[in-house]
Ligand binder design. Structure first.
Ligand SMILES: [Zn+2]
Length: 495
């Protein structure tokens, strides 16, 4: 059997034009030959795109040909096609040069009318899909996938995908307002007059480290840079039905290159409808830079140390305690009470912290550190043998945890009571925001090394994709992009 695939172009005033775009032949059908192959679909799509784009551009040029002042057609100086990159192939479009009409004065003698229609040479559909995929997958994988399923230009490389993604991110960054030290506006009397706010807003902010591209100067400290990521969870909106899940939005930034970290976080909360009379709680991981970010964003916000981060640190110590070489291995007569009490002590540190009692937690940690000091030594206090490096390391971790708790004491609250009252004690029980937003695209692929700027820009696209906002951003740049509902009528369904 033979299939001829044609397109009929119907002009607004009626005339129709038929274009052959492809021929498909099939012998006896088998499971392997039924329907179109991927390769055939790519060729058909490319031919179809070519036909439609060509007609649209020709129609546009026809409309523009007459001089807007006197109506005389402008003279053609020269015509050669220009490349237009689309999701369905590289399409050569007519790109004539016309002489300006002599009826008016002009600074140039000729111009290209296509420049007004196509100020960019890549279609938004292509730009959208490649940047969206690149936010979720490595640049190289994105390029491979696009080539696999679509007839895009064979020269569209990993570098093209990266450049387009970073350019789109820069464009999005230009839309961000100015940085300020304080975002709280108004006074109590004004806030009291605000409408009843939506449910409590919980905002988690974490810091993480990303490995940087090797610096030619050999400066080792430049190999790592700090990334801050967070998410904001709105418990409910007043008019939403009960079964609507809480709205959650994320943000991320690279501290060393972001001139507007507070503005970025403020815009995220503003987009979720934050009001000055709303209950807002910031949960941070306890890091210095992370803790200062949400200051002065909301008049009455609570600032808490995130329970997930606190309890993770104790879990790590408990694992260390279990892994310690037991003194009984070399002292068969010794009591095993030491290691038992280590774990028990750490358990009570956690218990005190759960109830917001950081002073008692610090006392207990001091006891753990003391126990570790003589770990494995005999009763005469002989120096610990080399096998107790693990104990020394754990002792260091215990000291670090004590410093961490002391620094964050004002933000350690009675988590148990909050929990019983049904209030949030963490924004993430299973994963940190850093892991969800940053690590899955960046840290785990160790062979990929980032520049701080490249990482920051990619994160701006990634967070908008994760927040389901990227398409809306494109709509602000390209009016008419992806109208809803779609303008395609399936012929078979319409018949
Ligand atoms: Zn004229």
């Amino acid at each position: 059997m033979h299939f001829r695939i044609q397109v009929i172009a119907v002009a607004d005033d009626g005339p129709e034009q038929l274009h052959e775009i492809a021929n498909v032949s099939r012998d006896e059908p088998t499971l392997g030959t039924l329907g179109l192959t991927l390769e055939e679909s790519k060729q058909i799509l490319q031919q179809l795109q070519h036909t439609i784009v060509d007609k649209q551009v020709a129609g546009y040029l026809d409309q523009q040909r007459a001089c807007p002042a006197c109506g005389k057609p402008r003279q053609l100086k020269q015509s050669e096609p220009a490349p237009f990159h689309t999701l369905f192939g590289l399409i050569p479009v007519p790109n004539p040069r016309w002489r300006h009409c002599a009826c008016q004065a002009h600074t140039t003698t000729t111009f290209r009318p296509l420049a007004a229609l196509l100020p960019e040479r890549t279609s938004p559909e292509l730009l959208y899909l490649e940047t969206k995929w690149a936010a979720l997958l490595p640049y190289g994988v994105t390029a491979k996938l696009l080539h696999e399923v679509l007839p895009i230009d064979h020269q569209h490389s990993t570098a093209t995908v990266r450049n387009h993604t970073l350019a789109a991110a820069r464009r999005s960054e230009e839309g961000l307002g100015d940085e300020r030290a304080v975002f709280v506006a108004g006074c109590q009397a004004e806030w009291d007059r605000l409408p009843i706010p939506a449910g409590p807003l919980s905002v988690g902010v974490d810091g993480g480290i990303v490995r940087a591209r090797r610096d030619p100067t050999g400066d080792t400290t430049a190999h790592l840079f700090e990334v801050i990521a967070g998410k904001s969870i709105l418990a409910f909106r007043r008019n939403d039905p009960d079964d609507v899940p809480p709205s959650s939005k994320c943000f991320a930034l690279v501290r060393s290159v972001d001139p507007k970290p507070k503005r970025r976080l403020f815009e995220l909360l503003d987009a979720q409808g934050m009001q000055a009379n709303q209950q807002v709680t910031f949960f941070t991981d306890g890091g210095e830079t992370v803790r200062t970010l949400p200051a002065y964003l909301h008049p009455e916000a609570e600032h808490l140390l995130d329970w997930f981060h606190l309890t993770m640190k104790i879990t790590v110590l408990q694992q260390c305690a279990r892994g310690l070489a037991k003194p009984t291995a070399v002292q068969p007569d010794a009591d095993t009470a030491d290691d038992v009490s280590l774990e028990r002590c750490l358990g009570s540190v956690k218990h005190y912290l759960w109830h917001g009692n950081s002073a008692s937690a610090l006392d207990r940690l001091e006891g753990v550190a003391d126990a570790l000091e003589g770990w494995g030594g005999d009763e005469a206090g002989a120096p610990p043998p080399p096998r107790n490096e693990a104990a020394a390391r754990m002792r260091k971790y215990v000291r670090e945890l004590a410093t961490y708790i002391a620094n964050n004491a004002p933000y350690i609250v009675n988590y148990g009571e909050r929990y019983r009252n049904g209030e949030r004690i963490s924004t993430s029980f299973t994963e940190s925001a850093i892991n969800q937003v940053v690590s899955k695209r960046m840290v785990k692929r160790q062979q990929m090394q980032w520049t701080p700027e490249g990482a920051h820009l990619l994160l701006q696209v990634r967070t908008q994709v994760l927040n389901d906002d990227w398409e809306a951003t494109f709509r602000t740049w390209y009016p008419g992009f992806r109208p809803v509902p779609t303008s395609v009528t399936p012929a078979l369904l319409a018949a």
